[in-house]
Design a protein around this ligand. Structure first.
Ligand code: AMP
Length: 375
């Protein structure tokens, strides 16, 4: 399941078809168990509940009837507050056990209308069953007898529910992406502390950390084809070709569809990679929030990397010539990205010399100032 676009908005996967199926099955059984020997009339509220009603009826383990009422309560993503009855009940329900099937109850305005209609019909009993219920949005006193699943007060689409008529056909439920995600690019020369800082920031802001260097090393360790290929470049302190790196990065992002946002560490390193990242995120309704560079002097970095190499055993950290080659690669291919992100007004720079905690503070200062975080 992927992020989708309907009209001008983006939605992300929220409730899977299997979870919906379990919920509907449970509701059907619970209702059946509570009215032994009865033949209820289910009244499904159109349009939203058509899919729920169809699945529910297939799961209902006893005799039953179905009829439909059509009401309109939504316009766009905001409740209008007023509910109109469009198509009334054309069945004699006197003395019958009536169970209303709602796809979702939020403010409860529709429920009030339904109660008003049925209170004039001398039914034996009236019960309300809803697949979804938003307790935070509910403003009425009426009891809801059967609830499939409680949801937070966020706009959803799919499984019969629409956004301006689109999305009803989706077999799963999606949630509107309200807040922009935080997607950070950590920028800087090898040894600047990107990985160390990413580990702190990912906890603090609940982000997924993707380090292309780490993914390559993982592949090298596991002797995959990708690892064998990457090794030939990494061992010389050269960049792995764009096409390989971009495909790998895309696969890593795809693996984390539910992420609140990402920290990209060691990616992008070329203009082509930066363009590919913009395109990838755009396709998902996301964008780079900020690119933050950790600045440090070359000689300090060389000492840091040589120290790190002694502990990690990384071949590219143990040889000063390879390190200098990586710096050259950076100056030639990666440094132009500073202008690329400055052009997008997304470039920030922090002093990368100091204690780990001090540098985390500096980075957090930049992140807290971003519009996406302030909202
Ligand atoms: P790092 O751990 O980020 O310093 O990356 C180690 C090595 O992996 C680099 O020197 C490159 O050979 C390779 N590598 C990592 N990320 C990229 C990238 N975005 N593009 C090309 N090569 C990369």
């Amino acid at each position: 399941m992927k992020t989708i676009r309907l009209h001008d908005k983006y939605f992300r996967p929220f409730i899977s078809p299997s979870e919906i199926n379990e919920t509907v099955t449970r509701l059907a059984r619970d209702i059946h168990d509570e009215i032994p020997g009865e033949v209820p009339v289910f009244v499904a509220i159109l349009n939203g509940s058509f899919m729920f009603a169809a699945d529910f009826l297939k799961k209902y383990p006893g005799d039953c009837e179905i009829t439909f009422v059509k009401l309109a309560s939504y316009s766009g993503t905001a409740t209008t507050g007023s509910v109109r009855q469009l198509v009334g009940v054309n069945k004699n329900l006197e003395g019958r056990t009536v169970i209303v099937l709602e796809d979702i109850v939020d403010t409860g305005n529709t429920l009030v209308e339904i109660h008003r209609i049925f209170s004039e019909m001398n039914v034996k009993s009236l019960k309300i069953a809803t697949l979804f219920y938003k307790p935070e949005a509910y403003k009425q006193q009426l009891n809801i007898d059967y609830i499939g699943k409680e949801l937070p007060d966020r706009f959803i689409v799919g499984y019969g529910l629409d956004y301006d008529e689109l999305g009803r056909n989706l077999p799963e439920v999606y949630q509107l992406k309200e807040k922009d995600m935080i997607n950070l690019v950590l920028f800087g020369k090898p040894g600047a502390g990107k990985g160390t800082q990413a580990a702190f920031l990912k906890e603090k802001y609940n982000l997924v950390h993707i380090s292309t260097g780490d993914v390559f090393r993982y592949n090298i360790k596991n002797e995959t084809e990708l690892g064998k290929l990457a090794r030939t470049y990494i061992d010389k302190g050269e960049l792995v070709p764009d096409e390989v790196t971009i495909n790998m990065l895309e696969a890593e992002v795809e693996k984390n569809n539910d992420a609140e946002g990402f920290i990209f560490d060691g990616f992008p390193r070329t203009t082509a990679q930066a363009q590919a990242l913009d395109q990838l995120l755009q396709g998902k309704g996301m964008e780079v929030s900020a690119t933050i560079a950790l600045e440090a002097d070359d000689e300090v970095l060389i000492q840091r990397l040589l120290e790190r190499g002694k502990i990690s055993g990384r071949s590219d950290d143990q040889d000063e010539r390879k390190i200098r080659n990586r710096f050259e690669e950076y100056n030639e291919k990666t440094a132009p990205l500073i202008d690329y992100y400055k052009g997008q007004e997304k470039f920030y720079s922090v002093n990368g010399i100091g204690s780990v905690a001090e540098i985390t503070e500096r980075l957090s200062g930049v992140i807290q100032g971003l519009e996406t975080v302030k909202q």
